[in-house]
Design a protein around this ligand. Structure first.
Ligand SMILES: [Zn+2]
Length: 166
């Protein structure tokens, strides 16, 4: 059995996606399951050939340690940004350790440095999905193509080689 390749970008860094719909269940009865490409984020179905559990998440996150600077979107020009550390990253979002607590639903802009030898990556808009003392979870909602490509290459490097779908 081989790892499942993404029909859109060809990578084998894919994983079983969460099954939600009736159609998902229908296909599931013949072990055709939805998958998520971890690099281009697209969803597709593929034949697995054995029964697999319904996973709880769609994206694997890689543990990182990138300094990040975030700023509330539409904040007044006098409002200063906030520094933090990105703890984990996927193509769809990240988790940040920072001191300021931010209410879920807040939109922010962020900029992070993944190596000292390159320009920072900018996420034009992200929405706060979860917030606990010292930590916030973000989902990226707007990203320039070129920044998305750079995040994709970080993930390609850091995501483990594909194992068989769990
Ligand atoms: Zn893909």
């Amino acid at each position: 059995m081989r790892p499942v390749a993404c029909p859109f970008c060809g990578t084998t860094k894919t994983r079983l996606a969460v099954r939600r719909s009736f159609t998902d269940r229908l296909f599931g009865s013949v072990t055709v399951y939805p998958f998520r490409c971890q690099l281009c984020a697209r969803r597709f179905r593929a034949f697995l050939g054995r029964v697999a559990r319904n996973p709880r998440r769609n994206f694997d996150r890689v543990s990182v340690d990138f300094p990040v600077w975030l700023k509330l979107l539409h904040a007044s020009p006098h409002e200063l940004g906030e520094e933090g550390i990105i703890r984990d990253l996927s193509i769809r979002g990240c988790r940040i350790r920072c001191e300021r607590s931010v209410v879920p639903g807040t939109r922010v802009e962020l900029e992070f440095q993944h190596s000292t030898a390159s320009f920072p990556i900018t996420v034009e808009e992200a929405i706060v999905r979860s917030s606990s003392p010292g930590e916030i979870g973000l989902r990226f909602t707007q990203l320039h193509r070129q920044d998305q490509r750079r995040i994709r290459s970080i993930l390609d490097l850091w995501l483990p080689e594909p194992a068989l779908p769990r």
